[in-house]
Design a protein around this ligand. Structure first.
Ligand SMILES: NC(=O)N[C@@H](CC(=O)O)C(=O)O
Length: 425
């Protein structure tokens, strides 16, 4: 294993220092380190962050390997500065058994580019009718701790209660896709002025808020852990704020796109902007940004949702919802939050690693810690060219936009997965 000496790098925004990576760990930090056997990286102007951790990634394998594989998604993640991702369960077959979660986990290990932690489905086939084998998935080699029917809401309150009760035994989490299905029948975009003008059926904010309100009460009643996926409305933020103030064990995520893009994008009728939950309004964006800064929203999660061309480049009504996220998340965070490195490290690495219980991840580079880290050039700007993305899919909403920041290198347990901005394997 080649040792790496990163010279003159700012660790999470602190004064520049040298970082020596050897045998999978950060072996030393300090000024003027020497290591004749090490490969040297000039870190001048770069920021070292703990490797990013994504709590919400769709890898599409098994089933839709034309849209993404565990390997291609892992490569996209590494290029985005990630060292761990949690893979959502809405694959085909659904990850609702020990067999499927172990398959995804094993494929992640074989790709070896990021740690892939499978999320298990809450209900069999995501059908919302009976609980999946939560215990068997928890006891499997994949050691599943987060369960989600993402893409579908666990709408039945009794089933949601049972799921929260079940996972409490091993301190598991139910990650809810908060969408009251009766309120979003036929929905195509955010319900508001733009949907009225375009004549598209609306997805009202209350469909999200009503489920979050119900679920924080259920989580409180049961004393179990709830995580709310892709929070998108100002009203949801208020429900979460109150729940957290009461001490409910709830955490929440926001996606980069919900921090930046609004429903006005639907005016283009370009389905690349169709996503679940839908892009909302400037008022929602302002509330989500404030909540993220404050900690009412705990983390940024990508909801990386690759889709094949035929599922996206069609009429709006027929297009699948979802957008790519892994390769652009850090740039969007930098754009939205500015160079607030401690906040970025907290919301994109430490907190997601803590929530998911991923040992060795989300730890700032310091002597003795596993060398899971990424080097960012905050001064660089890059124009997003969909054809250049490592994902198998092309559905980025940032095509041809120039964004701040570039991932220069990523290390997974001391091995580079990205060097000079390029994937190593
Ligand atoms: N977030 C999305 O727009 N899409 C997700 C599932 C979903 O939440 O609908 C996907 O798997 O594509």
């Amino acid at each position: 294993m080649t040792p790496y000496l990163i010279r003159n790098v700012s660790v999470v925004g602190a004064a520049p220092t040298d970082l020596l990576i050897r045998d999978g760990v950060v072996a030393a930090t300090g000024a003027g380190l020497t290591a004749p056997d090490a490969a040297v990286i000039d870190g001048t102007g770069l920021v070292a962050l703990p490797g990013l951790v994504d709590l919400h990634t769709h890898l599409r394998e098994p089933g839709r390997e034309d849209a993404e594989t565990v390997e291609s998604g892992s490569r996209a993640a590494a290029l985005g500065g990630y060292t761990a991702v949690c893979a959502m369960a809405n694959t085909s077959p659904v990850a609702d058994t020990a067999g499927v979660v172990e398959q995804v986990w094993r494929l992640g290990r074989e790709a070896g580019l990021v740690d892939v932690q499978p999320i298990g489905a809450v209900t069999v086939g995501l059908a919302g009718e009976r609980l999946a084998e939560l215990g068997a998935m928890a006891d499997s080699a994949a050691r599943v701790r987060i369960f989600s029917d993402d893409g579908h809401c666990v709408a039945d309150p009794k089933l949601m209660r049972r799921a929260l009760e079940y996972v409490k035994a091993f301190d598991g989490i139910i990650a809810q896709h908060a969408e009251e299905p009766r309120l979003t029948e036929g929905a195509q975009m955010h319900e508001g002025e733009v949907s009225t003008r375009l004549g598209l059926t609306g997805w009202p904010a209350v469909a999200e808020e009503a489920i979050i309100a119900r679920d924080v009460l259920l989580a409180e009643h049961v004393g179990s852990r709830l995580h709310v996926c892709h929070v998108s409305t100002a009203g949801s933020v208020e429900v979460l704020r109150q729940a957290k103030a009461r001490g409910v064990r709830v955490t929440a995520e926001v996606t980069p796109h919900h921090l930046l893009l609004t429903d006005a994008k639907a005016e283009t009728y370009d389905p690349v902007y169709k996503v679940n939950p839908p892009l909302r309004t400037d008022t929602d964006i302002a509330a989500l940004r404030a909540a993220l800064a404050e900690g009412v929203i705990d983390i940024v999660a990508t909801d990386h949702a690759p889709h094949a061309v035929e599922d996206k480049e069609c009429e709006w009504a027929y297009a699948r919802p979802g957008m790519l996220g892994l390769e652009t998340a850090l740039s969007i965070a930098l754009d939205v939050l500015g160079p607030e490195w401690d906040l970025i490290a907290e919301r994109m690495s430490r907190a997601p690693a803590r929530i998911a219980g991923l040992e060795g991840h989300g730890v700032d580079p310091a002597p003795g810690v596993p060398a899971n880290l990424t080097l960012v050039d905050p001064a660089a700007r890059r124009t997003i060219e969909p054809a250049e993305l490592a994902s198998r899919s092309r559905n980025t909403p940032y095509a041809r936009m120039t964004l701040p920041g570039r991932i220069v290198a990523t290390f997974l347990r001391g091995e580079p997965t990205v060097l000079d901005g390029k994937a190593v394997k």
